[in-house]
Design a binder for this molecule. Structure first.
Ligand SMILES: C[S@@+](CC[C@H](N)C(=O)[O-])C[C@H]1O[C@@H](n2cnc3c(N)ncnc32)[C@H](O)[C@@H]1O
Length: 399
């Protein structure tokens, strides 16, 4: 998501309308019941899963507007077609190496990236055999179908929405833009030389945090993690860890016979992610273009994310037998894919179009916008070619 207005005080956030508040209240009651049944607390991963993915009331499942100026955030494919055009160049390179290649897009949002990629690939005579979409949200699936049916009816036979990842097995490419940040994580605290799990409880009509002793699985994960860091976590240090990331990655790699998994998201290497100064972790909540760190603000009405620990992604990928072909930031990736050649001659544009193009390029590539925060990582299986997107700069060794 593009950087939005940052606030530390959630009383400054806009208030939802009564209908949305009622929806949030229903979800809160549902979660409260679960907390009561689980001796007064649930893990933050379970809370995140419920508020984002409850089948009807969760943020991603319900029909509240998420994307665009009236929603909560905008993503790169929505900001500018240059993003998908560059990505299409990378796709073309990979698809060209297989006889009957397919693409799987995980978490296709409003479908804009799928539309722009397919249009671009057709223009270069490089359409994949199939374009699979794995989307957790029924509401977004409908939006994707509407957009794609309306804008590219000629490809509808080749676009297939999967109900589960195990339905396919193909050669080619898996893409996920801003999906990793939405996967549920656990919160932890380092205190008096031991680890606590920061769970979610309900007290005086509000959800709030409660520290409990971490269980063996979490302690094991955190102990291994801490050994890899240059310095141990300081006292009273809070952060997050995704203990299911390896299982998630494994499920994805199992569906490609050969090819590339390209993951795009905001995040850092492990040493930056767990930097001593980041003593309150990496949680980012998005509500109407405000960013804040209160995950208990109107459950189900806001997006909750965490930055991605790309070193963990790379390590788990290697453990399950994949290679790390490339890691770089958005600016280098887009220029590696030839962004400069896609920009029209400004002298031929009117002032309004010049301004629009300049703003889009600025947002996508400047370090204070998306250029540095967003990273691309390419994981490969039985595929050894150097990838275009990492040709300008490959920062794999920094992971
Ligand atoms: C922040 S949006 C990004 C949408 C789109 N990729 C874009 O760039 O505009 C996250 C998307 O991932 C989907 N999603 C989240 N978790 C998922 C999962 N485990 N499997 C499949 N889709 C998921 C959401 O429903 C949503 O479509």
């Amino acid at each position: 998501m593009r950087q939005s207005k940052l606030t530390k005080n959630n009383s400054l956030l806009p208030r939802p309308d009564p209908e949305a508040r009622t929806q949030s209240e229903k979800l809160s009651v549902y979660i409260r019941d679960i907390i009561d049944r689980q001796e007064g607390a649930i893990g933050f991963d379970e809370y995140m899963d419920l508020v984002l993915y409850h089948p009807s009331l969760g943020y991603y499942s319900s029909d509240i507007q998420k994307f665009g100026p009236k929603g909560d955030f905008v993503t790169a494919p929505q900001i500018s077609p240059f993003f998908s055009k560059c990505l299409a160049s990378q796709c073309r390179q990979i698809l060209g190496d297989f006889k009957e290649p397919s693409i799987l897009e995980i978490g296709a949002g409003d479908g804009i990236m799928a539309r722009d990629l397919l249009l671009n690939l057709e223009k270069h005579n490089s359409l994949p055999d199939k374009y699979y979409i794995l989307e957790v949200s029924t509401h977004l699936k409908l939006r994707q179908k509407q957009l794609l049916k309306q804008s590219i009816p000629q490809y509808m036979d080749s676009i297939i929405w999967l109900n589960s990842i195990s339905e396919v097995n193909f050669e080619g490419l898996v893409l996920a833009n801003e999906v990793l940040d939405a996967l549920p994580v656990k919160r932890f605290k380092k205190e008096s030389n031991s680890f606590k799990e920061e769970k979610v409880t309900f007290y005086k009509n509000n959800f709030c945090w409660i520290d409990v002793d971490a269980d063996d699985q979490l302690i094991d994960n955190l102990t291994r993690l801490e050994k890899k860091l240059l310095t141990p976590f300081p006292e009273s240090y809070y952060s997050e860890i995704n203990i299911n990331l390896k299982v998630w990655l494994n499920s994805i790699q199992s569906i490609i016979k050969k090819g590339v998994i390209l993951l795009i998201d905001y995040g850092y290497s492990m040493s930056d992610y767990y930097h001593n100064e980041k003593s309150d972790g990496n949680l980012l909540c998005h509500y109407r273009h405000y960013v804040h760190n209160d995950p208990f603000f109107y459950p189900g009405l806001q997006d909750i994310t965490t930055c991605v620990n790309f070193t963990a992604v790379a390590e788990y990928a290697e453990e399950i037998g994949m290679n790390i072909s490339g890691y770089t930031n958005q600016t280098y990736f887009l220029f590696g894919c030839g962004l400069e050649n896609l920009v029209p001659d400004m002298n031929l544009l009117d002032i309004k179009s010049q301004t629009k193009v300049s703003q889009e390029l600025r947002t996508l590539t400047m370090p204070d916008e998306m250029g540095e925060r967003f990273k691309f990582i390419a994981l490969t299986k039985k595929y050894n070619k150097e990838l275009l997107g990492f040709s300008k700069m490959n920062q794999r060794s920094q992971l």
